[in-house]
Structures are given as C-alpha cells and as structure tokens.
Design a protein around this ligand. Structure first.
Ligand code: PMP
Length: 450
C-alpha cells in the first residue's frame, strides 16, 4: 500500500476512497455503490450532489467567502439567523454560529453559565447530563458526555457532569410502567440537584433522542415535561442538544417538538448544512439573551470561522431546500415506513431485540437472547459485525452503543437522507436483510458450538 499522510480513525484500517455521490448513493474508486443509509454521521440530510446547493455555494464564493465576525456582518449570516429564528420553536430567536456540534453544545453551556452570571448568580456553573449521552469531543462537551470510550483517556481532565439515567425503557421498564420509569428519571434529576445544590447548577442538557450513545433511544411523550418541570422548580436552564435530531431528522423540524417542551438553549449542527460545509449553532431564547443584552452585551465565545458567509449561505440554501421539497414531512412518512419494515424483519430475526425512533432516525438493538435481552459477548463486537456486513452489501449504517456501563446495549442507527423515496427505502431494507442474515448465520452458528 502506498503510504498515507492522513490520520484516519483507525490507522491500520483500509478506507475506500469515495469519488462522488448522487442522491442517497456514494461511489468509491473501485466503482462500488453504497446507499448512504446513515447520511454519513447523520449529516448528509438532503443527499449528495444537489445542484441548487452547489449553485448557492458558488454564488456566495463569487461574492465573498470569508469575513471576520469581529469586523463585519454579512447578509448570508443575518439571513441564516433570521431563518433559524423562524423555524425554531418558541422564542429561540438568537443564533451563535460555530463550526461543529461539539462547539455548539460547548457554546450553549457557556451561554447558560453566563446567563446566571449576568443575573448575579455566579456560582451556578455546573451542568447536569445523562450517562447515556454524547454532546461532543472537545473538553467541555466531553465533560457533559457519558460516552465511556471517548472519555476514558482524558477522564482526569474532565468534569464529572453526567450523572443521571436516560430513558431506556427497553431495559428499564421490565418491572415498571413507562410512567414509573419517567417518575424515576425525574426523581433522579431532582436528587442530583439537591445533592449538588441548585445554586451550583446552570443547566440540564439532553438529546431529545439519544444518538451515538443510545441508538435512537426515544423517550415517552411525558418524559421531557417531567424533566422540564424539575428544571423550572429549581431554576435550572434546559439545553436541548439537537445536533443529531435537528432539521427534520425525526419527522419534525426539531426533535423537541415531539415532546412539547421548548428549551432555553438549543444546539444544532450536522443536518443544518447537510454536510455541504461545516456549520453549527447555539440557538438562544429571548429569555436567556435578555440579561446579556442588558448586561455585558458580549457573549464570551467565538471562533475564527464563526458565522463565515460561505457556510451561512450554504446552510440557508439547505434549509430552503428542505422546506421547498417538504423533507420534514418525507422524514415522518418514509421514516414510519422504514421503521415498519425493520419491525417486520425484527419479528423474523433471532437477534433484533428492539426497533425504535421517529422519522428517518431508526435505532435497532441487537441481543443474543430476545427473551432475556442478554447481550452478545463483548469479544464478538456485534455492532462492528453488523456495520461491516452492511458495508459489504453496499449499505452504510451508523454504529451506536447503548448502556450506562458500556455493556448493556448494542445498536445501530438507520438515518438515510431525508430525500429518500419509498422505493429507495425498499432497496435499503433488502440490503439490510441480507446483511442481517449473514451476521445471524455466523453468530448463531458460533453460539450453537459453545
Ligand atoms: N451532539 C450530538 C447529539 C451528536 O450526535 C454529535 C456528533 N455525533 C455532537 C454533539 C458533536 O458534533 P460534532 O461531531 O460535529 O462536533
């Protein structure tokens, strides 16, 4: 193999080179076609090679690609912020642009802390989060995440913010009703607030539906109402991490819209530009901005590339495209169709324990025993096997881990572009079924020999 100069995720792994993409398909240099069943990392929401976006990008680069936010504003950034205030629920009217989901959640965290400072409550600086969570890879964002693998090397440098359980009914509801589970989760939040002291807590952060750390784990309709009630009683802000669930992914524009709770601050990224260029945002409510506008008048954060016009114009074109083509609706309709098809497969399958999610955000959890919900041996690395078997068939699926201990759940997420048609869903499901059978044959064969 010729030498590489690129640090890739796994250094001794061979990654095929993608030469081009069109719609839901990607093509590698050997001519192999892949269905982008995960939109990359749940990002390429409108599919690949969309001419309208390419035109908008070219148009903006002919005008100006970069200006520095400390010196100028631009029409592109202003228009994008206006658009987000229109599509975001409630009065989440202010956008702070950054370049990645990690920066968005970390900015949200800093703004939450600043909010309390401006109100004279300077000790409110900790964040409560859930062990099953992923909010990003930078130190602040990782401090809020319970993702063991991503934390362990840096544990000594991180804050121990994540502490409470996330709703995981598939495993928690065995001896309890969903309502009892929700009450338990809300009590945990309350206990944690009382333990740390409400005067030390700035915010509670949660993904509406858990992605990388849960495999599209979906709460009940009441869960967030109960959690928000606790936050309100103890004067704690609520940050929704919509980096994965935002912009149509779950069949609503933002995931929290399913749960009738409006966050004080929202982080969004990924699908916001559908991967055409890096951009993300902390979207802030009028309530949170008010003391800042009346106080220091500066939000203490920012990056060189924040609000750059090239990314802003691209994201604006993507949001307009999503609206024009009713892609949120398509996500709801074809997502329900996809989940139904996977549920049919699950009935036949000996290793699919749970199928969950909303819209085109479908999680599939694998177990060795469907009755006892026993997980596979760690050594078997079942998630990787599933991902590779699908890759072999030309279908990309997103690996996820569920379980606070890193042991209790093995899942993947299906999250194809929101543009996917019913026929393309059928094609995706056919490939998934073949891969599933191949893995089943291999692992069940091994189990019989044990
Ligand atoms: N929050 C959530 C919910 C995510 O899924 C991710 C990315 N998987 C992030 C934050 C971090 O985003 P990024 O990788 O763009 O930094």
């Amino acid at each position: 193999m010729t030498r590489t100069y690129l640090i890739k995720p796994v250094l001794d792994h061979h990654y095929p080179a993608i030469t081009h993409g069109e719609g839901i398909y990607l093509y590698d240099s050997q001519g192999k076609q892949y269905i982008d069943g995960s939109s990359g990392a749940v990002t390429a929401s409108i599919g690949h090679g969309v001419q309208e976006i390419i035109d908008a990008m070219a148009e903006q680069s002919k005008k100006v690609s970069f200006v520095y936010r400390s010196q100028f504003t631009t029409e592109a950034a202003e228009q994008l912020a206006k658009k987000i205030s229109e599509i975001a629920p409630g009065n989440l009217n202010w956008s702070f642009f950054v370049n990645s989901g990690s920066e968005a959640t970390e900015t949200a965290m800093k703004i939450a802390i600043q909010y309390w400072q401006e109100k004279g409550m300077k000790t409110k600086s900790k964040i409560i989060s859930r062990w099953m969570s992923y909010h990003g890879i930078t130190m602040g964002a990782l401090s809020m995440s319970g993702h063991i693998q991503r934390r362990e090397r840096f544990e000594l440098m991180l804050e121990s913010y994540p502490s409470i359980s996330a709703p995981y009914y598939y495993r928690d509801a065995g001896h309890r009703t969903i309502t009892e589970c929700d009450d338990f989760y809300a009590q945990q939040l309350e206990k944690e607030i009382l333990r740390v002291g409400k005067d030390h807590i700035a915010a509670f952060i949660a993904e509406p539906m858990i992605g990388a750390a849960g495999g599209a784990l979906t709460p009940s309709d009441e869960y967030f109402l109960k959690m928000k009630d606790v936050c309100d009683r103890y004067e704690i802000l609520f940050i929704a991490d919509e980096v994965m669930t935002g912009v149509g992914r779950t069949g609503k524009m933002f995931g929290m819209e399913h749960f009738n709770v409006i966050p004080d601050i929202m982080a969004t990224g990924k699908g916001m530009s559908a991967g055409y260029t890096p951009i993300a945002a902390a979207v802030v409510s009028d309530k949170v901005m008010e003391p800042i506008l009346n106080g220091s008048k500066i939000v203490m954060s920012g990056h060189t590339f924040s609000a750059n016009p090239q990314s802003a114009a691209t994201s604006l074109a993507v949001l307009n495209y999503i609206e024009k083509h009713n892609l949120v609706e398509n996500s709801a309709v074809n997502g329900a169709y996809l989940k139904g098809k996977i549920r049919e497969l699950a009935e036949e399958s000996e290793i699919i324990g749970d199928v969950r999610g909303k819209g085109l955000f479908v999680g599939v959890e694998f177990v060795e025993n469907k009755l006892t919900k026993k997980t596979f041996d760690r050594g078997l690395d079942i998630v990787n096997k599933i991902v590779e078997a699908n890759f072999e068939e030309g279908l990309l699926v997103y690996p996820a881990n569920a379980g606070e201990d890193g042991l209790t759940g093995d899942a993947i997420i299906l999250a194809p572009p929101l543009t996917i048609t019913k026929e393309e869903v059928d094609e995706l499901v056919r490939k998934f079924a073949v891969a599933l059978r191949n893995v089943e044959r291999e692992v069940l064969g091994k189990l019989l020999k044990k």
